[in-house]
Each structure stands twice: as structure tokens, then as C-alpha cells.
Design a protein around this ligand. Structure first.
Ligand code: ADP
Ligand code: GLC
Length: 477
């Protein structure tokens, strides 16, 4: 059994902006079930709505600041969550990275430096929590300083840094570095310095004992200039200490047989019942209720990564085919406007909901026939996993975790019953359009479609296997 401090800036269901929260709220549960002593550490944001008891555990003084550590549990579990309570930084409205108007917090560097410093104090057992970590498992740039700060301690736990997304690096100026009062020895290109600036993510990549990413394909991709954002050389240099472990999903929350958020539960053996959700989805999105027309769903942060521009271009031609398209998402205002405009032009076929809505996400997964994920890059991606579990066939680009989790429908994979979706290569609207058209043709063959749905639904996306891989890794560190 190892004592693991799991450091994450977001944890579902306490607070979530994307897939990191899903992972931080479900992998620890699996690790605990497999006998590990795991504690999650995250900030106490003003926006968290607690459903469990929260109480103060201890107080500490760092950098002339008085901070508290609170304790709660992940709902329906014994997994302890420790929260850094410092209202001066985390008490305001907004999400972990932006204020309520969507602007990045101007003191992001200070916020996540304090967070990382306290993680180090806990890991080194220098708080009244009286718990000594064996392993500190950090996630993304917000905790990138932790491996760096620990690397200069005389004795310390082992460190693992998991990259969920190379596109977010936490880059700040040298002046900011100086203001943060961090140890000067970390200002060098083997630690935090990145072409004259300070990089949080580099702290994790350069200083952790081991690095993982959330899929094997992405682990290879980030060692190339196209996906490495200037850190590909360092990642290649460390390739012996770098590997990919694919994410699992929370099988309780994303279970079509029990999901309380959908109008009609169903299973691979009772797929006919899925049509009740489709009708509810069409109603919700004010589209004509038609059981036969294929519905394509999309749920996403609206950012460049997700290939939304390809979708917009592709939709202009797709409206000539019998299909309906529903989208739930928010982010880039230009993308929001273009999508909304398309829905005004084609109200019978395209319907858009700008916003963040977990209940609606479940309705889309359960009611759509196809799910679109044409990402330019995708470290893992979770929606294509949820979709397969819900018998909603994903259309994905051949990249990262999408490549590792969806099997394209071709003669061979149809024959051996491994096909679970539709995969395309080039990041162009043309390639996407061709693949959607291919999927629509298969949709017309209802027998084959049913078989593909069954193939997808019977796949094992539990955390079991991946959690065991993490434990094996912890044991080698
Ligand atoms: P990423 O972390 O890059 O955003 P993932 O596919 O790993 O991508 O995870 C996204 C998660 O966030 C999924 O659980 C998805 O359902 C959820 N999500 C994204 N946008 C929305 C939204 N607008 N409303 C509800 N859930 C959303
Ligand atoms: C990131 C990635 C996404 C991944 C998620 C959880 O946000 O963009 O692909 O699934 O982290 O690991």
C-alpha cells in the first residue's frame, strides 16, 4: 500500500471545467478500492457547492500568509479531500482559471504557487495533518511547481507528473518569477526557465521522477514539434521516464442502465428504448420529432483544440443531408456566434445550446445516434468513451486518446465485431464531411448499426486496468 497525495486544480463533483475533474474525481476512487491510501488536494474555490461535511483540519503560515486546510470526502466514498482555504485567492466567483466574466485570473501565478507550496508542506509532513506521502501525483501545470520544489528538498517522496493537456502551460514572465519568491536555483533551463520565461508545466516535466500522459498515442505525439509546444525535445530526452495510461470513466455516473438523469434507461439488449431519449432530446432542442432521422450530438469546451471550425465548415454542406445536429458548449465567443448563426439559418436541423449543463450532457449522450469529436489534438477525451457506453457511435479524428479508444468501421472490424465508430485522418472539413457521410450510410443499415452499438457498449472503459497500471508505476518510483 502506498500513501499518495493526488494534486489537482479541479475535482468532480466539487468543481469541473473539463476532463481533468472527471479523472481526479474517479481515478482516486479506483486506487482506494485497490487498497491505496490516497488523499486528494485541491483549492477551496468560492464556487464549490458542498454536499458533504467540510471541516477545518489545521492552519499554517507560509510566505506571510495564513492558510487553512479543510477536509471533506468525495461523495459516497471514504476518499479524503484536503482543500487549501485562502479566500484572498480562491474565494471569489468564477471558475478555477477565469473570473466570472471569463478573463483569466490576473494572479494565476500567485494562486497556483501558493497551492503548490502547500502541497509540498503536506507531502513533507510539515503540517498538523500528520501524514507522510510516499508518492505525490501531480496533474497539469497548476501543480507543476510541486515536483520542482520537491526536487531541491534533501529527502522527499517520489513524484509523478501527469500531462492532461500540453496546450496549457502556465507561462509567466521572469519578473513574476522574482515576485513569487521561489528558490533562485529553480531559475535555470533544467527546471522552470523556458526561453526566458517561467513555465509551470516545465517544472513538472523536467523535475518529476516520472511523467505520464492520458493515452499512449498522445505520449508519442508530444515528443514531436507538432504537439510538443516547444517541450517536445525535453519530452523526447525523457522518453524512458514517460508513458501513456489511458483514462477510464466513472461507470456509476455514466451508466445507461441506471442513469437517473435520462428519461429512459436502456441496455445493449434493450436498445429500442433509446428512442425515448432521442425524442426527448429532439423536443428539448426544439427540433422536429422524428425517430428515423439520424441525430448527431456534440458536447465540448468551444476551443480550437476541439476542431469546432471543421464542424462549422462541414455543417454548411451537411444540411443537404437528412440529419439533425445538436451542440452543448461554451468558450470562444466567435465560435459561439458562428454556431448560433447556423442554427438560425437551419432551425429544422441545427440546434445549439451555449452553456454548461451536466444533465443535458447526459441527455445528449443517451439520445443522439452519433457523437462528433473531430479534435485537432486530444490527450485522451472522455466523451467518446461515454458515447460508446451509451451506444452513440463516435466520429473522431485519428489522434491521441481518440485513436486509442475508437475502432473504425471497415469490412474487417465489422466482421470481427470490433468496430465501434468512425475515424478520419486529416484535420480538414472535407475529410470530416466524408466520414459523416460514411456514417450516415451505415446508419441506414439498421442491422449493422445495432451490431456496432452493441460492440461499443460492451467495451470495458472501467478504471480497473488503468488504475493497476498507475499502482505498478508507483511501485517502481
Ligand atoms: P476536455 O477535458 O479537453 O474538455 P474531455 O473529453 O476529457 O475534454 O472532457 C470533457 C468533460 O467535460 C466531459 O465530461 C464533458 O461531458 C464535459 N463538458 C464539456 N463541456 C460541457 C458542457 N458545456 N456542459 C456539460 N458538460 C460539458
Ligand atoms: C484534458 C484533455 C482531454 C482529457 C482530459 C482528462 O482536458 O483535453 O483530452 O481527456 O484532460 O485527462
Amino acid at each position: 500500500m502506498k500513501k499518495i497525495l493526488f494534486v489537482s486544480s479541479e475535482v468532480h463533483p466539487l468543481i469541473k471545467t473539463g476532463g481533468l475533474a472527471d479523472v481526479a474525481g474517479s481515478l482516486p476512487l479506483s486506487l482506494a478500492e485497490l487498497g491505496q491510501d490516497i488523499r486528494i488536494f485541491m483549492p477551496n474555490y468560492g464556487a464549490i457547492k458542498y454536499t458533504q461535511d467540510v471541516h477545518k483540519k489545521c492552519t499554517l503560515q507560509i510566505d506571510n500568509r495564513t492558510v487553512h486546510i479543510l477536509e471533506t470526502r468525495l461523495p459516497d466514498s471514504e476518499v479524503l479531500v484536503w482543500l487549501l482555504d485562502y479566500p484572498g485567492f480562491f474565494g471569489d466567483k468564477g471558475n478555477p482559471y477565469t473570473d466570472e466574466y471569463g478573463h483569466p485570473w490576473i494572479n494565476s501565478a500567485e494562486r497556483f504557487t501558493l497551492f503548490s507550496r502547500i502541497a509540498v508542506e503536506i507531502a513533507q509532513n510539515r503540517t498538523e495533518l500528520d501524514w507522510q506521502a510516499d508518492i505525490v501525483h501531480c496533474n497539469d501545470w497548476q501543480s507543476g511547481l510541486v515536483p520542482a520544489l520537491l526536487s531541491i528538498e534533501p529527502t522527499r517522496p517520489a513524484t509523478l507528473f501527469t500531462i492532461h493537456n500540453m496546450a496549457y502551460q502556465g507561462i509567466f514572465s521572469q519578473e513574476t518569477f522574482q515576485q513569487l519568491n521561489l528558490p533562485g536555483e529553480l531559475w535555470n533551463h533544467h527546471a522552470l526557465e523556458f526561453y526566458g520565461s517561467m513555465s509551470f508545466i516545465k517544472g513538472g516535466i523536467a523535475c518529476a521522477d516520472h511523467i505520464t500522459t492520458v493515452s499512449p498515442t498522445y505520449a508519442l505525439e508530444i515528443q514531436t514539434p507538432e504537439y510538443g509546444y516547444g517541450l517536445d525535445g525535453l519530452l523526447f530526452h525523457r522518453h524512458n521516464e514517460l508513458n501513456g495510461i489511458i483514462n477510464g470513466i466513472d461507470l456509476e455516473q455514466w451508466n445507461p442502465e441506471k442513469d437517473p438523469r435520462i428519461p429512459q434507461t436502456y441496455s445493449a439488449g434493450r436498445l429500442g428504448k433509446k428512442s425515448v431519449n432521442k425524442a426527448a432530446l429532439q423536443q428539448h432542442f426544439s427540433l422536429p420529432e422524428d425517430a428515423d432521422i439520424p441525430v448527431i450530438g456534440l458536447i465540448s469546451r468551444l476551443v480550437d483544440q476541439k476542431g469546432i471550425n471543421l464542424v462549422i465548415e462541414c455543417l454548411e454542406s451537411l444540411v443537404d443531408y437528412p440529419m439533425q445536429f445538436v451542440l452543448l458548449g461554451s468558450g470562444n465567443k466567435e465560435l459561439e456566434h458562428s454556431l448560433t448563426n447556423l442554427s438560425y439559418l437551419h432551425p429544422e436541423q441545427i440546434s445549439i445550446k451555449i452553456g454548461y449543463d451536466e444533465d443535458l450532457a447526459h441527455l445528449i449522450e443517451s439520445g443522439s445516434d452519433l457523437f462528433l469529436m473531430p479534435s485537432l489534438f486530444e490527450p485522451c477525451g472522455l466523451n467518446q468513451l461515454y458515447s460508446q457506453r451509451y451506444g452513440t457511435l463516435p466520429i473522431v479524428r485519428n489522434t491521441g486518446g481518440l485513436a486509442d479508444s475508437v475502432v473504425d468501421t471497415i469490412a474487417e472490424t465489422v466482421a470481427d465485431k470490433t468496430a465501434t465508430g468512425f475515424v478520419f485522418q486529416e484535420a480538414t472539413a472535407g475529410a470530416l464531411l466524408e466520414t459523416v457521410k460514411r456514417a450516415l450510410l451505415v446508419y441506414d443499415n439498421s442491422k449493422m448499426w445495432r451490431q456496432l452499438q452493441k460492440n461499443a457498449m460492451k467495451k470495458d472503459f472501467s478504471w480497473q486496468k488503468s488504475a493497476k497500471e498507475y499502482i505498478e508505476l508507483y511501485n517502481t518510483l
